[in-house]
Design a protein around this ligand. Structure first.
Ligand SMILES: Cc1cc2nc3c(=O)[nH]c(=O)nc-3n(C[C@H](O)[C@H](O)[C@H](O)COP(=O)(O)O)c2cc1C
Length: 323
């Protein structure tokens, strides 16, 4: 941790298609004190869809992972939560009430729940009743600045038995950009006995400190961790070493998908890892040409060759376990 900062715990925020076990392990090793799975469809869990259940895989070295679920129907979410709790691998269950993606909101899930707060309350009530794990919600301040819903959300979640709430301190209408409303976040913290976690554009000690000053109990970081997993200690890891570690873990994860995947573990690893790869080297000389070349990388050897120029002269080591 930065020597002059006293901050609440720092968690890796959920990111669909990114916060799979490999990224979560890298971030835990780099100091994240909690992680969340990708967004997992409660209906898919209830139907035991292999693809959906694959998103609930964990690695044995993970210590503090929460399952992040989305859905619309309180009863189905409760059923899914029971399945997840019985796996015995998750510390808690987090419900998505903030995702603005049309594919999700069209199902009445994600940020659509901010237009139907009684339903969100019913979801949390049913899920809390179904499992003994703590249940939290990740949401936003409201659909848009003209319609803040955070006060009613807090009241309903308190009544329903939620154990914490994360605010991405923006409105749904803002997407992932624009003002992070720290004043409103501070008001929310003061208005409830629930632990409130804060999220939104933390990139360095200054932005973390500003959000911590609202009084939140934890800080969630998403995008900055894609470029530098060591953000959780506000240090800069060696990108080559981190990318290699992540790649090894990705291959290990994809080997578990054999039963239902059309792709070989190597093909699946390469496809997935191209999404992560260039982010590690952003801003370094040669990063742009790496990004431009991604489509031509087809094998693990291609990936290794592509990142070789970024290898440091004096290799550093991560607290890794070897595969
Ligand atoms: C690629 C991507 C995927 C995301 N997926 C989810 C998700 O599945 N569930 C969720 O609650 N938020 C999701 N988010 C939002 C982040 O958790 C976070 O709230 C947002 O990015 C703001 O935090 P940041 O500024 O630290 O990135 C996603 C964000 C990104 C960039």
């Amino acid at each position: 941790m930065h020597p002059h900062l006293r901050l609440p715990p720092l968690y890796l925020a959920p990111m669909a298609e990114f916060t799979s076990p490999p990224m979560r392990v890298v971030c835990e090793q780099c100091g994240a004190q909690r992680t969340y799975t990708e967004m997992v469809n409660a209906e898919g869990i209830c139907r035991r869809s292999p693809k959906t259940l694959f998103l609930l895989e964990t690695f044995s070295e993970e210590r503090h992972v929460w399952a992040h679920l989305y859905g619309h129907d309180p009863i189905r979410l409760a059923e899914a939560a029971r399945f997840v709790a019985d796996l015995g691998r998750f510390e808690g269950i987090d419900i998505n009430a903030g995702c603005p993606v049309p594919r999700i909101t069209a199902q009445g899930a994600g940020s659509a729940l901010l237009n139907d707060l009684p339903r969100l309350e019913a979801i949390v009530r049913e899920v809390t009743r179904a499992v003994s794990l703590p249940v939290s919600v990740k949401t936003r301040l409201g659909p848009n600045p003209q319609r803040p819903t955070w006060q009613e959300t807090l009241k309903r979640l308190e009544a329903a038995g939620a154990r914490a709430i994360t605010f991405h301190a923006r409105y749904t209408s803002q997407g992932h950009t624009g003002t992070v409303h720290l004043d409103t976040l501070h008001e929310a913290v003061s208005a409830t006995s629930l632990p409130v976690f804060g999220n939104g554009s933390i990139t360095d000690p200054a932005t973390a400190k500003a959000m911590a000053e609202t009084g939140v109990h934890a800080l969630l970081i998403a995008r900055a961790a894609l470029e530098n997993p060591c953000i959780f200690t506000f240090s800069k890891g060696d990108p080559h070493c981190l990318a290699l570690q992540h790649l090894r873990l990705e291959l290990r994860y994809r080997e578990r998908a054999q039963a239902f995947s059309r792709l070989s573990p190597e093909e699946a690893t390469v496809l997935t890892f191209r999404r992560h790869l260039f982010r590690y080297f952003k801003g370094l000389p040669g990063a742009n040409s790496l990004r431009g070349n991604l489509m031509h990388l087809h094998t693990i050897d291609d990936l290794l060759r592509a990142i070789a120029p970024f290898r440091p002269e004096t290799p550093t080591s991560l607290p890794t376990q070897h595969l």
